[in-house]
Write a protein that binds this ligand. Structure first.
Ligand code: NDP
Length: 323
């Protein structure tokens, strides 16, 4: 047997139960791994509440972890027992041991600890594809990043600065503003009520070519109004709730804007893309250009407390759960 956090029904953090579950056996193409650390992500909240559809119940939530390969099923060549590995994607992460498709695993460089690996795979690979592929930023760009002191946010701020980009970070408090600035945001704005006028001031009226918006419902309109003509609205999350259906004509009226609603799964679906995106992340972490900030750690058994903190906007940077 092994230990896992399962939900049997959707709801608040109280639906998360720490239970004994059978240790799974790896089938063909799969690997069994022993987690040393599990990553906490906002997507775990969406699966818990039911905003995102659960594949089955009971469900072990969680989509990120780092640990050691225990055994592999038939046909697995990308990893072997004893390898240090990390991953982001396949659901089932809040567990001491789990199986997953072996081709979703990458070898964790020796210089990166399990905690850092578990903290950075999902948020860091997301920052990579947002900055390098969804809208490839250029040195000299000025961009808007929402939730700039959060997990994805702190990585975006550092990585964008490293690429020569001026970041306007949006946060909810003075403390978070200081943290975002210490991590590369050139400017910070508290709340979104004055965001458009602040962006106008900072850019001399030019506005920005891209907004990375993970907040969703609350910031949708302000984000669109921060864009320059032909700008790219990247709506990649719903921390405040999903964006309401809207009239496509708004994109034309506001300057022939582009809109995308991306998800990491698409950008790393091919093994070659996964290796490229993870490799790019490992290199900015190894060089020190991006420092992964694990600012909270909870025992896996207390994952519900971690959800309470995340939803109450009390966390900064990344959070790990330790089995
Ligand atoms: P964060 O650490 O960024 O936590 C969420 C933050 O969102 C909060 O700290 C808070 O920052 C802000 N926020 C704004 N409004 C609310 C609200 N009403 N309730 C709660 N938080 C709010 O989480 P992650 O780094 O794990 O994820 C960030 C976002 O990116 C999430 O929306 C997530 O779903 C999305 N994401 C999307 C991916 C994709 O591929 N599409 C992949 C990874 C993450 P503040 O207090 O400063 O406002």
């Amino acid at each position: 047997m092994t230990k896992a956090i399962r939900i049997h029904t959707h709801g608040g953090p109280e639906v998360m139960k720490y239970e004994d579950v059978p240790t799974p056996e790896p089938g063909p193409g799969e690997a069994l791994i022993k987690h040393h650390a599990v990553g906490l992500n906002y997507i775990d909240v969406y699966f818990r509440t039911g905003l995102y559809k659960a594949p089955a119940m009971p469900l072990i939530i969680g989509q990120e972890g780092a640990g050691v390969v225990v055994s592999v099923g038939a046909g697995v060549t990308v990893v072997k027992p004893g390898d240090r590995v990390a991953y982001a994607g396949p659901i089932g992460g809040y567990a001491s041991e789990r199986v997953l498709p072996a081709d979703r695993l990458v070898i964790l460089p020796d210089a990166i600890s399990f905690e850092t690996g578990a903290a950075m795979m999902l948020q860091g690979m997301t920052a990579q594809y947002l900055l390098r592929r969804t809208y490839p930023v250029k040195a000299g760009d000025t961009i808007v990043v929402h939730a700039a002191a959060g997990g994805v946010g702190l990585i975006l701020c550092q990585w964008a600065k490293h690429l020569g980009v001026t970041v306007i970070g949006v946060v909810s408090s003075d403390e978070k503003a200081a943290l975002a600035r210490a991590n590369g945001a050139a400017h910070t704005v508290i709340g979104h009520a004055n965001l458009v006028s602040e962006v106008k001031k900072i850019t001399g009226g030019a506005m920005v070519p891209v907004v990375y918006d993970s907040v969703g419902k609350d910031t949708w309109n302000a984000s669109l109004d921060c864009l320059a003509p032909l700008g790219m609205m990247v709506s990649y999350g719903n921390a405040s709730g999903p964006v309401a259906p809207f009239d496509l004509g708004v994109l034309s009226a506001k300057g022939s804007l582009f809109l995308t609603r991306p998800t990491l799964a698409t950008y790393v679906a091919k093994r070659a893309d996964l290796e490229h995106v993870a490799g790019d992340l490992f290199s900015v972490v190894a060089s020190g250009a991006v420092k992964i900030q694990v600012n909270q750690s909870f025992p896996l058994a207390e994952a519900a407390k971690a959800h309470v903190a995340l939803e109450a906007r009390k966390t900064t940077g990344s959070t790990v759960l330790i089995p």
